[in-house]
Design a binder for this molecule. Structure first.
Ligand code: T3D
Length: 266
């Protein structure tokens, strides 16, 4: 048990669902070097497998993730060192690129505070669901930094430039309900209903046709950088691929037979 608690990331795959839990609860799951290495190993595994329908990311304890571990920085920093740009290039940016490029949906279950890069992680979710008591802050400015891990790109697209700029510039905290109202996350759930809501969401998604989930995720991600006509072409290509899957045949057959479909990801 004590060994488990020292593992910076918990990871398991069950019935096509990969569950990743950031596991440094005493530090609100802040990212240190060990956590970066552990996440890289987890992503190696996910990328190498073909049986994963869905990835779920959450945190252990009362926080989701407080961004960079500031204790790892404190005491070593001067105005010359470290080169934070190099750190982003070597650790955070490859991690963020890999997470965003996952072909299957990414659910982020925000169990508590999400600050700095932890808030940026939430914005990479295809579906973000949060405990009502969770709070968010783009804390970067409070310590003299700027948002990273894609937040200057994602936040404006999710909630619009006016609110994004204000949150980035002030570093103000806001609650899960407000995050949902602004469109940064899908929904905020009362604390005592959160675990069940996450389980229900995972169960629901895991029973849906995985190839359709992938096409939907990928086409919606692409739409952010595309014009309407290009997106119509993207939908045509995706629908063509899906129309040739056994899951589509099963879906239509199950509908006319008034039974539950059984999707196999083929
Ligand atoms: O460096 C680079 O590579 C550049 C990349 C930067 C990416 C970034 O993420 S920069 C932003 C870094 N994160 C922050 O600035 C957030 C710092 N944390 C906070 O502002 C607050 O802790 C929170 C607002 C997140 C939560 O506040 P609260 O009152 O709920 O909890 P707390 O008491 O502050 O924290 C609980 C413990 O977690 C506490 O430890 P202690 O005193 O009980 O031993 C606290 O020190 C620790 N903790 C929280 N955040 C971090 C942390 N320890 C290390 N690093 C943290 N980021």
């Amino acid at each position: 048990m004590s060994e488990m608690q020292e593992t910076p990331v918990l990871y398991r795959v069950e019935q096509g669902v990969a569950r990743i839990t950031l596991n440094r609860p005493d530090r609100l799951n802040a990212f240190n070097q060990a956590m970066h290495s552990a996440m890289a190993a987890v992503l190696d595994d996910i990328e190498a497998r073909d049986d994963i329908r869905l990835v779920v990311l959450t945190g252990a304890g009362k926080g989701f993730c407080a961004g960079q571990d500031l204790r790892e920085r404190a005491g070593t920093i001067t105005t010359e060192t470290p080169d934070l740009g190099a750190g982003l290039e070597q650790r955070y940016n490859p991690f963020i690129r890999r997470l965003r490029a996952l072909p299957m949906p990414l659910v982020v279950a925000v169990n508590g505070t999400a600050a700095g890069a932890g808030a940026s992680l939430v914005m990479l979710a295809d579906i973000a669901i949060a405990r009502e008591s969770a709070s968010f802050t783009l804390a970067f400015v409070r310590i003299g930094l700027m948002p990273d891990c894609g937040a200057t790109w994602t936040l404006q697209r999710l909630i619009g430039p006016a609110r994004a700029a204000a949150l980035a510039l002030t570093g103000n905290s806001f609650g899960a309900r407000e995050a949902a109202e602004m469109g940064m996350i899908w929904r905020a759930v009362p604390d005592d209903a959160f675990d069940q809501a996450v389980t229900d969401l995972i169960t629901h998604l895991a029973a849906l046709p995985p190839l359709a989930l992938r096409e939907i995720k990928q086409s919606m991600a692409q739409a952010w950088g595309q014009d309407f006509n290009a997106q119509l072409d993207r939908e045509r290509d995706g629908q063509r691929r899906l129309g040739r899957t056994a899951d589509y045949v099963e879906g239509v057959q199950a509908f006319v037979e008034k039974r539950k479909p059984r999707y196999q990801g083929r």
